[in-house]
Design a protein around this ligand. Structure first.
Ligand SMILES: [Zn+2]
Length: 273
């Protein structure tokens, strides 16, 4: 009995020592940059992600708006949950009188996937939120944010939309443009939104795309289609996108097949904004 008690006491001491050594990890670490404050499991990871988010914020705002965003009055919190899985994320916004009043972000997945995919995607939402000052139509918000992700994710979504069209699961654009809530076929919805965003941006660039979405949302999608792309209406845009997709999908399908074979678990999907 005596020996057992000693061993237990020793075990307790070892547990206490280990807990003291790893408490900083368990409690998490935080790193603050000008526009982000990141909570992650270690200071190094928090710093890596915060600095990467700042770089993305500059390059993504320049690409879409032609200029950097002004510094935010308060840093955007990012909570990081590293896993062994694919990247996922979520950004929530509060708006008031055409301005973002608060925003916060969570990201998860393997560190390399978080850096290549989740952070650029979520930071793009913050750039759009600043531009729109209110909720952007879902198809455009998600579809265009996917364009900031790495080639692997973009190829995967080319493949998703090819499969969506093959099984006739796509929506007419006149309907897609008006969807306010995420539909049950989330992957198809992301894929179609991504493909249409890519098509419009290849036709006219990023700033024109944002003007098109803003005018479509506030006035009329038909008029906005005519004004910004010279097509008669949304039905004609729908036809043009489908013709373009046949060519684009053929170009992308071979690369995507290779990527799928390498990654195995790439069918996982997370709800993001
Ligand atoms: Zn998203």
């Amino acid at each position: 009995m005596e020996a057992r008690r000693v061993r237990l006491a020793l075990q307790h001491r070892i547990v206490a020592i280990l807990a003291a050594a790893f408490l900083p990890c368990l409690g998490g670490a935080s790193h603050r940059t000008k526009n982000f404050v990141v909570e992650a499991s270690t200071p190094e990871i928090a710093k890596t992600i915060a600095e990467h988010a700042e770089v993305c914020r500059v390059s993504i705002a320049r690409a879409w708006l032609g200029q950097e965003l002004p510094a935010w009055p308060a840093p955007c919190p990012i909570k990081v949950n590293l896993t062994r899985g694919e990247a996922g994320g979520l950004t929530s916004f509060g708006f008031n009188r055409g301005k973002v009043t608060d925003q916060s972000m969570t990201v998860e997945g393997r560190l390399d996937r978080v850096l290549a995919s989740a952070i650029p995607h979520e930071v793009t939402h913050t750039v759009f939120a600043a531009y729109f000052g209110g909720p952007m139509p879902r198809w455009a918000d998600e579809g265009a944010s996917l364009l900031s992700e790495d080639q692997r994710e973009r190829n995967r979504h080319d493949q998703i939309v090819a499969e969506l069209l093959a099984r006739r699961g796509d929506l007419p654009l006149s309907r897609l443009f008006r969807i306010e809530e995420y539909p049950s076929d989330l992957m198809g919805f992301y894929g179609q939104g991504y493909s249409i965003s890519r098509f419009l941006i290849e036709m006219g660039g990023r700033p024109r795309f944002l003007k098109f979405v803003k005018d479509g949302l506030n006035h009329s999608w038909d008029v906005s289609t005519r004004t910004h792309y010279g097509l008669a209406d949304v039905r004609e845009l729908d036809r043009a996108w489908r013709s373009w997709h046949k060519v684009a999908a053929n170009d992308a399908s071979r690369d995507t097949l290779v990527i799928r074979a390498q990654s195995g678990g790439a069918d996982e999907e997370k709800v993001r904004r």
